[in-house]
Design a protein around this ligand. Structure first.
Ligand code: PGA
Length: 262
C-alpha cells in the first residue's frame, strides 16, 4: 500500500488581478491549517506568480503555473518558459483540456512541456481526459492510453517520480457536469495499469493521480475517498477562498483513511 500525499490544486484560470490574487492568498492563509499529508497548490494567472511567490509561505502552499512554453529561452514572443518560472513555481499544469482544445496543443507540445518542467525542477501535472464525443464513442480508455503514452514518451522511471497525473474528462471541466465516482474510479485504474505496463508496479502505485472536473465542496469527499485518487484539481470552486478551504478540509479529514491502491 502506498500512502500518497493528497494534492489539492486551485486553478484560477484567467481570473483575479494582482490585487485580488494577493487578497485571496492572504484570506486563504488565515484559514488553511498546514497538514503534512495534504499539499495545497495555487495556480494563478502567470502575471501574478512572481508577486505571489514573494507573499506565499511555502510550508503552507505551493505555486503552479497554468502553462509555459517548452523552450528555455529565445525568440518566442509572448511566451514564458519553464526556465523563467524555475524557483517561482513548484508545479506546472501541462496539457490542461483548455490548452489542448482551445489553443490546439498537441501531444508533441505536451511531451516537450513535461520534459521542460522536469529539466527545470518543476513538477509537471499532466492533464488527460476524453471529450464528450470520444466518451460516447467508447474511446475513453484509448484516449487515456494515447495521452499517457504521448505525454510521457522519453520520461525515465526516475523522472516519473516528479510527474503528477490529473484525470479530467473534458466534458466535466467547467460544465457543472461532474463525472460519477465509479466512472472516475475505472478511469484512474486504467491510468495506473497503463503506468504499470510502462514503468512497473511500484511506479503505478506511487504515482499521484488526481481528479478534476466541476468538483465542489459538496462532491469533493466522494472523489477523495476513492481508492487510487490522490487529490483534486479544482477550477470554479477554487475562485472563492471559503469554498476552496472547505474542499481542503475534506482532504485533511480523509487524510487519515488513505486508500489502498492494489
Ligand atoms: P472546474 O475546472 O473545476 O471549473 O471544472 C477544473 C480545472 O480547472 O481543470
Amino acid at each position: 500500500m502506498v500512502n500518497n500525499k493528497k494534492i489539492i490544486i486551485g486553478n484560477w484560470k484567467m481570473n483575479l488581478n494582482m490585487q485580488e490574487s494577493s487578497l485571496y492568498l492572504h484570506q486563504l492563509s488565515k484559514m488553511v491549517k498546514t497538514h503534512r499529508d495534504v499539499e495545497v497548490v495555487i495556480a494563478p494567472t502567470t502575471l501574478t506568480l512572481q508577486s505571489l511567490s514573494l507573499q506565499v509561505n511555502l510550508r503552507q502552499f505551493k505555486l503552479a503555473s497554468q502553462n509555459f512554453y517548452w523552450r528555455d529561452q529565445g525568440s518566442y514572443t509572448g511566451e514564458v518558459s519553464a526556465t523563467q518560472l524555475r524557483g517561482i513555481v513548484q508545479y506546472g499544469l501541462v496539457g490542461h483540456s483548455e490548452r489542448r482544445h482551445i489553443f490546439g496543443e498537441t501531444d508533441k507540445d505536451i511531451l516537450s512541456k513535461v520534459a521542460a518542467a522536469i529539466r527545470n525542477h518543476i513538477r509537471p501535472i499532466l492533464c488527460i481526459g476524453e471529450t464528450a464525443w470520444e466518451r460516447s464513442n467508447g474511446e475513453t480508455y484509448d484516449i487515456i492510453h494515447d495521452q499517457l503514452i504521448g505525454g510521457l514518451a522519453n520520461i525515465t522511471s526516475d523522472e516519473l517520480s516528479q510527474v503528477v497525473i490529473a484525470y479530467e474528462p473534458v466534458w466535466a471541466v467547467g460544465t457543472g457536469q461532474n463525472a460519477v465516482p465509479t466512472y472516475v474510479s475505472a478511469a484512474v485504474s486504467a491510468i495506473r495499469s497503463q503506468i504499470e505496463q510502462l514503468y512497473g508496479k511500484v511506479a503505478s502505485q506511487s504515482i499521484q493521480v488526481l481528479y478534476g472536473g466541476s468538483v465542489t465542496a459538496d462532491s469533493a469527499a466522494d472523489y477523495l475517498n476513492l481508492p487510487g485518487v490522490d487529490g483534486l484539481l479544482i477550477g470554479g470552486a477554487s475562485l472563492n477562498a471559503y469554498s476552496f478551504n472547505e474542499i481542503i478540509k475534506k482532504a485533511h479529514k480523509d487524510g487519515s483513511i488513505m486508500a489502498e491502491k492494489d
